[in-house]
Design a protein around this ligand. Structure first.
Ligand code: ASP
Length: 439
């Protein structure tokens, strides 16, 4: 039996946090493979070490003096090492980093040192083997993650290794250059390691006790989601719910390994389980609500559109030509609406409109901005009648005009478009009807 445990930046921001992490790992012998992030914020106004590394390296790249920045980073690690009373010096490591900064080794290399150094400290603190992620996590020549090669090398490595620390966030390109995942990418490393280790569970330790049904910035102390499926999570994270990096789902999902989101500051909390499928009903009809502001709708009208084969394709072609992806395309008999991200669309608006005119020859095109999309997600919706009815009744009671409705064919989600200014009220109304009044 083995568990892979990934700890986020706030769980490793100080010696005190490291101690909590140490206790968690020692409390369960199955917690054999550890994936640390770089030290995060110790207090709200603090700076993450990853951000310090990016700024420090930006100076180096401009040929400016970066000694002060590097010293501050060194102090962050020094504080952890001395706080834990470790017999460990990072002098040589910092010498190498300084040289590589001078040689302009790249911002990916620079950022990766946050996890690399934290991994060395963690391995020393736990008495585990240190495995440099550059030796076991690979990207191909296009910079895409090479899952096959990674799994082969990494699983062979882990087989001969009882307990190890593998730093998150980075790997290497075929020529040995360091490359990172996108921000928050240690979650992805954790998932890759869990797959390679054929782990029973991937525990992802952070500073909240799992996923909440709705955003706590909108709902005061929302309830926790106990069990969520990968599919539901995809829908919610796509719509802005963030705890876990989007790509972290895929490696473990292929292997049917569950993810358990846990809180380093409240290790007794069960957290949230993310699973492939479950017979456990969610406590409410809905599993979660998430949403995003800042969408645009492009409403296209043409008489007899219904009879024109290929009309939709021509319209979408105009978006594709400008490299814009669409979110939803609800349609009527003579109308078709395309929802896009406002910030992606804004500066290409006129080219897209001209393209639609040229390709599809519509009668009119109208653009509306500042629309929010809200996803109401739940595996429980499938077998329930009246879910949509309840959502719209709740919105109507709160005087919210619904601009768009889209129910995915899986019947696991309903997407609603409202104006940006109604966004928060709409989320509260939906939360209230399903969770607070338990209808
Ligand atoms: N340290 C990196 C970041 O801040 C990666 C991570 O924490 O997952 O994005």
């Amino acid at each position: 039996m083995s568990k892979v445990v990934k700890f986020g930046g706030s769980s490793l921001a100080s010696a005190e946090q490291f101690r909590k992490v140490g206790n968690i790992i020692r409390a369960d012998k199955e917690r054999r493979y550890v994936v640390p992030s770089a030290p995060g914020k110790r207090f709200p106004k603090d700076t993450k070490v990853t951000d310090m590394l990016y700024s420090c390296y930006a100076l180096a790249e401009e040929g400016k003096n970066f000694a002060g920045g590097l010293k501050e980073i060194r102090e962050r690690y020094g504080e952890i090492i001395s706080g834990l009373k470790l017999d460990l010096s990072l002098d040589e490591e910092f010498k190498t980093i300084e040289q590589n900064f001078k040689a302009k080794a790249g911002s990916n290399y620079a950022a990766s040192r946050g996890e690399y150094l934290n991994g060395i400290i963690m391995a020393n603190y736990l008495g585990f083997e240190f495995i440099d992620a550059a030796q076991v996590i690979f990207f191909d020549e296009h910079g895409d993650f090479d899952g096959e090669k990674t799994n082969e090398v990494l699983s062979a490595k882990l087989e001969g290794c009882e307990c190890a620390v593998i730093p998150g966030f980075y790997g290497s390109l075929p020529d040995g250059t360091i490359k990172t995942f996108s921000r928050g990418g240690s979650d992805v490393t954790g998932s890759i390691v869990a797959k390679a280790a054929k782990a029973d569970v991937y525990e992802n330790w952070t500073d909240v006790s799992g996923f909440m049904i709705a955003d706590p910035r909108i709902i005061d102390s929302p309830e926790r989601i106990e069990v969520i499926t990968y599919k539901e999570l995809r829908e919610l994270s796509y719509m802005g719910a963030s705890v876990l990096h989007e790509d972290a789902i895929f490696p473990v999902r292929q292997e049917g390994i569950p993810i358990n989101i846990r809180n380093t500051n409240a290790p007794e909390d069960e957290g949230t389980w993310i699973v492939g499928s479950t017979c456990q009903k969610s406590r409410y009809v809905i599993t979660g609500i998430a949403g995003k502001k800042g969408f645009c709708s492009i409403n296209i009208e043409k008489d007899m559109m219904n009879a024109e084969i290929g009309f939709g394709r021509k319209v979408l072609q105009a978006f594709e030509d400008q490299g814009i992806s669409f979110e939803h395309v609800p349609s009527g008999i003579d109308t078709m609406t395309v929802f896009v991200h406002q910030d992606e669309f804004m500066h290409k608006e006129q080219q897209v409109v001209a393209g639609i005119h040229r390709l599809a020859k519509p009668d009119t095109i109208e653009i509306e901005s500042d629309i929010a999309l809200i996803a109401v997600v739940g595996r429980g919706m499938k077998s329930m009648r009246g879910t949509a009815g309840r959502i719209f009744a709740a919105l109507a009671h709160n005087h919210i005009n619904v601009k768009m409705i889209d129910q995915g064919s899986s019947e696991q989600n309903i997407i609603i478009g409202v104006s940006d200014q109604d966004f928060e009220v709409a989320i509260r109304a939906i939360y209230e009807i399903f969770v607070l009044t338990k209808l």
